[in-house]
Design a protein around this ligand. Structure first.
Ligand SMILES: [Cu+2]
Length: 189
């Protein structure tokens, strides 16, 4: 089942205790750390059972364009990095971590992951909808169609509550959903 879901995507996850020679510099103090990286190639929703990456708008996110998400951190310091290839150069894409996995329906990914959860959902209050309380990965591809962005926070995800990255037509926290990538953010449970 899992192997089938992974067709078209590569996932690696590393969970380790700190203090080892290789990671000493990055860890410090022997705190536990983690790293997870997934790579996907966007496919149409009709092919979604074979891909973790779904495009809803092939003009902005062509079939075959790529996304990579890297999550690394330790308690009190989490970094999420997005890298894309094959996107529309010069277009200002919005991108955030969302609560649920992707499906053919763009709404399936639910709302944004929030560190402090807005009691009113769907959340529209700027006190909650902002890049400090959520993970925003907005990017604008260069002339070669590749782009990157990084978000850093002093908090971690609640287990299993961060499940995807959604790409939007516009930046600024909302707008049409043009693509979705299901990501096994840590901790998963
Ligand atoms: Cu979003």
């Amino acid at each position: 089942m899992v192997a089938g879901m992974l067709a078209g995507a590569v996932a690696t996850a590393v969970l380790a205790a700190g203090g080892g020679a290789v990671n000493e510099g990055a860890v410090g103090g022997g705190a536990p750390f983690y790293e997870m990286r997934v790579v996907g190639r966007f496919a149409l929703p009709t092919a979604s059972m074979y891909s973790w990456a779904i495009t809803y708008d092939t003009k902005l996110v062509p079939v075959g364009s790529q996304i990579e998400i890297d999550q690394r951190g330790k308690p009190g310091d989490m970094e999420v990095t997005l890298r894309v290839k094959g996107m529309k150069s010069g277009h200002a894409y919005g991108a955030h971590v969302h609560q649920k996995p992707c499906a053919a329906d763009p709404a399936a990914a639910g709302g944004h992951y929030q560190n402090r959860q807005d009691p009113v959902q769907p959340s529209e209050d700027p006190a909650y909808v902002n890049p400090e309380n959520e993970v925003w990965l907005d990017f604008t591809p260069g002339g070669d169609g590749s782009g990157t962005s990084t978000a850093r926070h002093d908090w971690e995800f609640r287990p299993g509550e961060a499940r995807s990255v959604v790409l939007h037509r516009e930046q600024g926290g909302a707008g049409d959903r043009v693509a979705c990538f299901t990501v096994p953010f840590l901790p998963t449970h």
